[in-house]
Design a protein around this ligand. Structure first.
Ligand code: SF4
Ligand code: SF4
Length: 422
């Protein structure tokens, strides 16, 4: 991570333009400064001191979804993430971040209890903000950045609910659950399903209550100091547990704690890195269960950070096929337009990208759209609601939980409870 690594990647680019054929932002805007090739030319000019960081340039860089689709297709094997990360860091160093964002990223996020308290205050405050749609409220910590509307914050967070581990009598494995902010604060029901599924399959789930944000919002704003601080905190928390594996139900969190932490924390993270699994991969690798599929037709949307970031394609589909009738939608690999800070700042562009996706969902005729990232669940639910499309958007683990329940799989015996984390 840094300018020297970025320069090496810039040198590999043959300027062939193949990235233009897949970049969701370029396909909507047709703007060369908003695709990998154009941004690489800008990066080269910046690193050679020919141009400088300006608000206009910041806009070209921030409008990258960091979906990694361009690098999956690139014939020259350019690691575009290195380049975009160096540019974001350059923006932060040269132009700074708003003070409130810096305070949240560097001071509140690494302190779990304090951040929870701040969010509780925020969730009370958000009740007094005007709502555009019933059931949707402004996401206060980032409300100053855009017009994005998301479901209200959960009354009880997943980390609070699972601070006591359900001890199984004879667990096959003991795994740590990296929850992620979206699941913790907005969709704790996804955490419920993940924990229930694993418990039903005789796997003990430890949810360290002091784990913090994976660091992706900090990284997306170029604040590597904040991102490293969060990585260090998560290292402390997870290394303190005796775990066979660590699982996550968020494609972005898994990619961050696996790939980015190795870059940020170095080889000392390797033993933990090797234990980290996306939940679908974990289920396929370590569990066996026979189920009668539900009477439902479902389709699947590939989260970018699972498909392009980790090449996880068949595992979620294998899980789904054991749960329901599976119908592949057209171009399931196309981005839904969601994605953290991008969808907050570029709401209209995010919705335009998502328009193609929701049409594909509709055309599939499926009654449920399943995905494996809470950010995609949010975006797809939002798109379906705006279009009045009667499809249910759920996470893979929610579908699997319903299937196991329907099949009468009650899971392992649960004994006493013990607190984890401190
Ligand atoms: S596809 Fe790769 S080599 Fe070709 S222009 Fe894009 S980044 Fe450069
Ligand atoms: S990461 Fe995604 S949005 Fe950014 S340039 Fe590559 S394809 Fe386009």
């Amino acid at each position: 991570m840094g300018i020297e690594e970025a320069k090496k990647e810039i040198a590999k680019c043959a300027r062939c333009g193949k990235c233009r054929s897949v970049c969701p932002v370029f396909l909507e805007t047709g703007d060369e400064t908003r695709v990998a090739r154009g941004r690489i030319s800008l990066a080269e000019a910046i690193f050679q001191g020919e141009i400088f960081y300006t608000p206009e340039l910041k806009d070209y860089i921030y409008s990258c979804k960091k979906c990694m689709r361009c690098q999956a297709i690139c014939p020259s094997d350019v690691d575009f993430s290195e380049i975009i990360d160096a540019l974001l860091e350059g923006i932060e160093k040269n132009m700074g971040t708003p003070l409130i964002a810096r305070f949240i990223l560097r001071y509140l996020l690494p302190r779990r209890n304090l951040f929870d308290f701040a969010l509780r205050i925020a969730s009370i405050g958000q009740k007094f903000l005007p709502g555009e749609r019933r059931g949707s409220l402004r996401h206060l910590p980032l409300f100053f950045m855009g017009k994005r509307w998301v479901p209200s914050l959960a009354t009880e967070t997943a980390l609070n609910k699972y601070r006591h581990t359900k001890k199984l009598k004879k667990p096959k494995l003991r795994v740590g659950f990296f929850v992620g902010c979206m699941t913790n604060y907005v969709y704790p029901n996804i955490a419920d399903s993940l924990v229930n599924v694993l418990n039903r399959l005789d796997i003990e789930v430890v949810v360290p209550s002091q784990q913090v944000c994976c660091g992706i919002p900090a990284k997306s704003l170029g604040d590597m100091t904040a991102a490293r601080k969060l990585a260090e905190r998560n290292r402390e928390v997870f290394e303190a547990e005796n775990l066979d594996a660590i699982v996550s139900g968020c494609g972005t969190c898994t990619l961050t704690i696996k790939r980015d932490y190795l870059k940020m924390l170095g080889e000392s993270w390797r033993p933990m890195h090797d234990k980290i699994y996306d939940i679908n991969v974990f289920l396929e690798k370590f569990t066996k269960y026979e189920t009668e599929p539900l009477d439902a037709t479902v389709t699947y949307h590939d989260p970018c950070h699972l498909r392009w970031g980790q090449d996880i394609v068949k595992e979620p589909r294998n899980v789904i096929k054991r749960c329901a009738t599976f119908k592949e939608m057209e171009s399931p690999e196309d981005c839904c337009g969601g994605g953290g800070i991008f969808s907050l700042i570029y709401r209209d562009l995010s919705m335009k990208i998502g328009e193609h996706k929701i049409r594909a969902v509709e055309k599939s005729g499926a009654e449920k759209v399943v995905t494996s990232c809470p950010g995609c669940v949010l975006q797809l639910s939002d798109l379906a609601a705006l279009k009045n499309l009667p499809v249910e958007t759920i996470h893979v683990v929610e579908l699997l939980e319903r299937t196991l329940k329907e099949n009468g799989m009650e899971g392992a015996a649960v004994s006493e409870e013990a607190e984890v984390g401190s």
